[in-house]
Design a protein around this ligand. Structure first.
Ligand code: AMP
Length: 112
């Protein structure tokens, strides 16, 4: 069974796509936790960051730079969080690597 994100990448499920290229897509989170809540998702179906290895170095760098670009485009380049929940114990619910971009609200050390 492919992940919900693979189904979105394959056009089987709808999503609000704000960026796509040959290596990744960026969509709006369906249950936003901040005024801006985007998900950077590699086309490669890595289960999580723990599954990545040295051969994924360029891909992971690309995802970071795309995150930077879409955060700027969304007007939150001055302050945003980039989060990967790694494993169920960390709250990962979709088994396909993704980075959350969160911004547009004030974050402090107390509200991790
Ligand atoms: P995580 O809990 O880190 O695995 O994050 C999964 C995220 O995917 C959650 O924030 C969900 O709201 C989001 N999500 C799940 N299904 C969809 C979908 N069909 N379209 C957009 N976001 C989704």
């Amino acid at each position: 069974m492919s992940s919900v994100f693979t189904q979105i990448i394959n056009g089987k499920l709808p999503a609000d796509i704000v960026h796509e290229d040959d290596q990744c897509i960026v969509i709006k989170d369906i249950h936003p936790q901040a005024p801006v809540h985007l998900l950077v998702i590699p086309r490669k179906p890595l289960l999580s960051l723990a599954e990545a290895d040295d051969s994924d170095a360029a891909l992971l760098g690309h995802l970071m730079l795309v995150a930077r670009r879409v955060a700027n485009d969304a007007g939150i380049g001055h302050g945003f969080r980039l989060i990967a929940n790694n494993g169920a114990a960390a709250g990962q619910t979709v088994d396909h690597l993704h980075f959350h971009i969160l911004g547009g609200r004030r974050y402090g050390e107390a509200n991790l």
